[in-house]
Design a protein around this ligand. Structure first.
Ligand code: AMP
Length: 367
């Protein structure tokens, strides 16, 4: 069976690496000939909107999925008639527009930030008056890793943020959440409607980029609530595959930030840290196989390696630490790899993470 993947980044690459033991084959489509997945599987090099190459991908594959949520929906729609595309394009379209995401949260009664769409400086001024300061102005589309957003603390900053982001793309203004910490919940739904949810992940970001994930992270009440929200989103879409919801946690309450209709950076720990990785479960779901257990194998941490990879020997000198090098050209702010550790207790994990962070990400601290 051949899986077509639109987007050949590190997520696609890790999908292929998880799929080979199951006997699956892969074919990627990406704009870049040096896309990380191209080093482990055949790659068709084309624009995501190239109808002829997308049709070729569909004709050579049994099912098509994607590793990037900004793949144009209209392009995938052209192939959906000849080849199943999973997860659904409705879920993909919702995740591509922050306003649709907010409406989804409201419809499913998942608490989210106060927000308004803004299409002019006047509407932004009104939104600031209604929602208050500080707030965040975000592009509704194509924002990721903190790109396409501006913190607004004063009316002057609102004007400057509009000058930077406004005009070209629709925007959204939302309250800035003084969160205590951030979490994400990841789960899968199979074609038969069976579901499997991973333990809650606790995430630390810097400049909008995920730097550290620890899982499982309590308390049990938050896990139950986050899982309930995720299951309602999975059911709403009749979803097939892996879905992620990111939340802020403030005063013990979950506030949804966004969804990702795909495997997620905060789930990379599941490769070594869970009975079945998020990558394998995504593949099991989209190919109609039973889902695997999401049970953690211990207390895990994942550190993203950004901008420059440390020497392999330095990372691997730490006993029990696993290294993943995505084979990408170094560039400031670019995710080049990650490392994972699994410990017997959360206390032991955190002690080891603190030592690793000093070497690998000295700007990140954990309590
Ligand atoms: P996003 O692209 O929306 O996931 O934002 C990336 C990161 O920016 C989040 O994980 C937060 O750390 C931060 N962030 C985004 N929106 C807000 C907000 N409304 N309030 C506080 N922090 C935010």
């Amino acid at each position: 069976m051949t899986i077509g993947v639109v987007g050949g980044g590190q997520l696609g690459r890790m999908l292929a690496l998880a799929g080979y033991p199951l006997g699956l084959d892969f074919l990627f489509l990406d704009r870049s000939p040096s896309a990380p997945a191209g080093q482990v599987a055949p790659l068709v090099c084309a624009e995501f909107t190239d109808a002829a190459r997308l049709t070729e991908l569909a004709s050579r594959c049994d099912v098509v999925t994607f590793d990037w949520e900004n793949v144009p929906v209209h392009a995938l729609r052209t192939i959906a008639e000849s080849c199943p595309v999973r997860p659904s394009l409705t879920a993909l379209a919702t995740a591509q527009d922050r306003a649709s995401e907010k409406r989804l949260f409201e419809r499913l009664r998942i608490p989210t930030t106060r927000w308004r769409s803004v299409e002019s400086p006047r509407e932004l001024a009104l939104a600031v008056r209604r929602i208050g300061l500080p707030g965040v102005l975000k592009t509704r589309r194509l924002g990721y890793d903190g790109k396409g957003q501006a913190l607004v603390r004063t009316h002057e900053e609102a004007v400057a943020a509009w000058a930077r982001l406004g005009g070209a793309a629709p925007l959204l203004y939302e309250e800035h959440v003084a969160f205590d910490f951030e979490v994400s919940i990841i789960g899968a739904r199979s074609r038969r409607g069976e579901t499997a949810v991973y333990p809650l992940c606790r995430n630390a970001h810097a400049q909008g980029i995920l730097r550290l994930t620890r899982a499982p992270c309590g308390p049990a009440r938050l896990q139950l609530l986050a899982a309930r929200y995720l299951l309602s989103a999975l059911g709403h879409f009749g979803y097939v595959g892996v879905l992620t919801i990111e939340f802020f946690v403030r005063a013990g309450r979950l506030i949804a930030n966004e969804i990702a209709p795909r495997v997620h950076n905060s789930g990379h720990w599941t490769i070594e840290g869970a009975v079945t990785s998020q990558f394998e479960n995504h593949l099991r779901a989209i190919t109609g196989l039973p889902l695997g257990s999401t049970r953690p194998r211990g207390h895990c941490a994942m550190i993203n390696l950004i901008g420059k990879l440390p020497p392999r020997a330095q990372v691997l000198a730490h006993p029990g630490v696993h290294l993943h090098d995505y084979g990408k050209e170094p560039r400031p702010g670019r995710k080049l790899g990650h490392c994972t550790l699994v410990a017997a207790t959360s206390r032991a994990r955190d002690a080891r993470v603190r030592r690793l962070l000093i070497e690998l990400a000295p700007d990140i601290r954990i309590p």
